[in-house]
Design a protein around this ligand. Structure first.
Ligand code: NAG
Ligand code: NAG
Ligand code: NAG
Ligand code: NAG
Ligand code: NAG
Ligand code: NAG
Ligand code: NAG
Ligand code: NAG
Ligand code: NAG
Ligand code: NAG
Ligand code: NAG
Ligand code: NAG
Length: 630
């Protein structure tokens, strides 16, 4: 069943006009939203400078790669076209020349951008094409223009770490393109890996992440080049795991299971829970890669989505975490990963964070999925759910000459620490920043505006902003919590504050006044951020780099902190911004700049690219046990 009805054609259909009223009022309330038809709020909170599916449900980023034979980037995503909830999951696909603007492969209408769809029910991938990665090589590892996707094929549902695992649910499969990604063929001998490691009682086993990796060949004493693969998995009632595999580079169908990288226990934390998050009970979307620092030393990292962890200060039971680890060779020839530092890849809701080697620019680029926080309210009116955060560069961030104030620079925390004879420390952490070329690209023709700062001791939101904007500001001399106020209505009815709290070493996003509509999430998002103190220069300044793009709010701090969250103001005039200082507090604020009306990164799509929504039948959903149907 395929619907190709574009918005234009159904707006003008005469049946149920009221249900398709696109004129949403400037000030919304919950009863009004409930009275509106499907897609009537499609453009209301929709990001446009962030990667997003044309319409419908999207989750994990997958299959990103740079194709050197065509000088083109690919980015794919978990997709359920014509539906606002997860189900019958396929891969959507877009390409780009520059990582800034994107084109839907096949076109934006309906499900035209679908690259890979589930096979017939009952087959190895009949119930879902789960996440995976891609490489611009053929099955013999040769760069001849062939593109290769490695994905998780799903034949049974439901699957969830907390449910009994249905034997045979997941296997790992290839799809191949010989025309630059316009069309894909599933590999004839799928699945390529049909069973989890022997003896593993798994909560899940998915999301193959595979790369050529010369450093690992060297580490494991391999004279022949190999590809390596990490996956997300676990052992029930024991702990989450990253199973590690290799294949000779000239035969990518010959995978050998090497072992688990390390053995964390269920619901534990590397260091303090506040600083390093919870490993949970199962890993998903796991990465394993190395980065060279500016001194030429190689650092090894894992990155993983963790499920089911403690929700005491992180109310979502899913985390995106990273760990740096020391690598040694196990007696069986596998790699042993011993974590020495860690933290959150993103302290907010970003999940299924994955990365690829942008070989054109020799950098590691990461994308993650930003779910909505609408609590299922108004989702058919919105007509889609999900987007990606900006593409981010991950790099080894080295900071020298630090002192350890109050013992707060901890081992097994956010930094790997080297202590020197003079008592100072060098800190190594996993740096993160939005890609510099993308930052500039989405400013496109918008002008930088500068704003007065100074020694501020009262809150204000008097600058005119927009719903698609970027803000930068630097803060110093905190005598209490201070930061920015954004998305503020002129009368102060709605606003969102983003502030650093020097007492608790946290960056907070207070959403209690973000929207008059009480149905949307309004808890304060909290992320750990310990400012560095230099022996010579004292405490570092804090530079907040903020993107507001519809409901999507991203905050970067000092190239080592990222936090993504969502806000859904009820008013269209909630666009002002300014400063926030807690009662009795003050801070010095300077270098305040903003860019309004950021670039639309899908220039070939109309802003309203909605599709007609459908409800699946009981037959298509096995009586709504596989997915919800809408
Ligand atoms: C559409 O919604 C607007 C605002 O709620 C309302 O004024 C208008 O009458 C509606 N139009 C139709 C055709 O229902
Ligand atoms: C699951 O599959 C394995 C291997 O195919 C088999 O040994 C085991 O008995 C199966 N378990 C169940 C519960 O069917
Ligand atoms: C598969 O790869 C292993 C090394 O990883 C090698 O020993 C074995 O011979 C290969 N098998 C085939 C059929 O190529
Ligand atoms: C590649 O490996 C697979 C799986 O081990 C094996 O069946 C196949 O024969 C190998 N191909 C070649 C060309 O060695
Ligand atoms: C969650 O973490 C908090 C803070 O560390 C702790 O007090 C609480 O006992 C933990 N809860 C569970 C269920 O592990
Ligand atoms: C990307 O891959 C190339 C080729 O294997 C390698 O030389 C380079 O170090 C990698 N870059 C990153 C950032 O991983
Ligand atoms: C670290 O910081 C916290 C919060 O400011 C403080 O309470 C604590 O005493 C400090 N020192 C150590 C060793 O945790
Ligand atoms: C801005 O976007 C337009 C349209 O895509 C493009 O032609 C132009 O080169 C971009 N300008 C800059 C400065 O990137
Ligand atoms: C915050 O959300 C809760 C539900 O989670 C709701 O009961 C409460 O009214 C909301 N508060 C505000 C100020 O909207
Ligand atoms: C609205 O969407 C639901 C599925 O969420 C669908 O069942 C219904 O038919 C749609 N209504 C119209 C008028 O298209
Ligand atoms: C899943 O989607 C595919 C293609 O988009 C479609 O052919 C298939 O019928 C759908 N399966 C179910 C069970 O709805
Ligand atoms: C589907 O569920 C309904 C209500 O729970 C039940 O009456 C019906 O028998 C089920 N149908 C099938 C095919 O399982």
């Amino acid at each position: 069943m395929k619907f190709r009805t574009s918005l234009i054609s159904f707006v003008f259909s005469t049946s149920c006009v009221a249900a398709q009223n696109l004129t949403a009022p400037q000030n919304l309330d919950a009863p009004t939203i409930e009275s509106l038809g499907n897609n009537s709020l499609f453009t209301r909170w929709r990001p446009r400078s962030h990667f997003i599916a044309p319409a419908g449900w999207m989750n994990d980023p997958c299959g990103m790669m740079y194709d050197p034979t065509r000088d083109q980037y690919h980015l794919m995503y978990q997709w359920h076209p014509y539906h606002v909830n997860w189900g019958n999951i396929s891969w959507g696909h877009a390409i780009s020349q520059d990582l800034i603007s994107w084109t839907d492969v096949g076109g934006w209408e309906g499900n035209n951008a679908e690259a890979l769809a589930p096979g017939p029910v009952g087959k190895y991938d009949g119930l879902g094409i789960f996440s995976g990665t891609a490489q611009p090589v053929n099955l013999q590892g040769e760069q001849d223009g062939t593109l290769l996707i490695f994905y998780t094929s799903v034949s049974r549902l439901p699957t969830n770490w907390a449910l009994p695992y249905l034997n045979g649910t997941e296997s790992q499969s290839f799809a191949i393109s010989n025309d630059g990604g316009q069309t894909w063929e599933k590999y004839e001998n799928n699945p390529v890996i049909s069973r989890p490691p022997n003896g593993w009682d798994i909560p899940g086993w998915r999301d193959p992440f595979f790369e050529a990796w010369p450093e690992m060949d060297h580490m494991l004493g391999q004279s022949e080049h190999h590809y390596y693969m990490a996956m997300g998995s676990g052992l029930k009632a024991v702990g989450p795991r990253i199973p590690f595999y290799s294949a000779p580079a000239n035969n990518l169908t010959n995978w050998t299971f090497l072992g688990a990288l390390w053995e964390p226990a269920d619901n534990t934390s590397l260091g303090s829970f506040l600083e390093t998050g919870s490993y949970g009970f199962n890993f998903e979307v796991s990465n394993f890669f190395s980065l060279e620092d500016e001194d030429g030393d190689v650092h090894y990292y894992v990155q993983m989505g963790t499920e089911g962890g403690n929700v005491t200060f992180h109310p979502r039971p899913q985390w995106g975490l990273w760990n740096e680890g020391l690598i040694s060779r196990r007696t069986n020839g596998s790699a042993q990963f011993t974590p020495v530092a860690g933290g959150a890849v993103d302290w907010g809701l970003l999940y299924a964070v994955t990365s690829f080697n942008d070989t054109k620019n020799n950098r590691r680029v990461q994308w993650g999925w930003a779910p909505e926080e609408m609590n299922d309210f108004g989702i058919t009116q919105q007509g889609f759910q999900g987007a990606f955060a900006l593409p981010r560069e991950q790099f080894v961030k080295i900071t020298k000459g630090l002192v350890n104030v109050d013992g707060n620079l901890t081992t097994l925390g956010n930094n790997r620490l080297i202590e020197h004879n003079d008592g100072t420390f060098t800190a190594y952490t996993l740096g993160v920043r939005p890609l510099e070329d993308v930052v500039i690209g989405i400013r496109n023709s918008t002008m930088q505006r500068n704003y007065p700062g100074g020694h501020i001791n009262t809150s204000s939101s008097s600058f005119n902003g927009s719903i698609h904007m970027e803000i930068m500001a630097t803060f110093r001399n905190f005598s209490g919590s201070a930061g920015l106020s954004i998305a503020a209505s002129p009368g102060g009815e709605e606003y969102t504050t983003i502030y650093f709290d020097p007492e608790t070493h946290t960056i907070n996003v207070n959403r209690s006044r973000s929207s008059k509509i009480a149905d949307f999430s309004n808890y304060t998002v909290v992320g750990y951020f310990l400012p560095y103190t230099f022996a010579k220069a004292g405490i570092e300044d804090i530079t907040m780099h903020v993107y507001l793009d519809g409901s999507l709010l991203e905050i970067y701090v000092n190239e080592r902190f990222a936090l993504t969250t969502r806000i859904y103001p009820s008013r269209t005039d909630s666009t002002n911004f300014g400063f926030y200082v807690a009662d009795g507090a003050s801070a010095k604020i300077f270098n305040v700049a903003a860019w309004l009306d950021l670039f639309n990164i899908f220039p070939e799509r109309p802003l309203n690219s909605s599709s007609q929504l459908v409800y699946d039948t009981a037959e298509q959903t096995n009586n709504y046990t596989w997915w919800t149907g809408n």
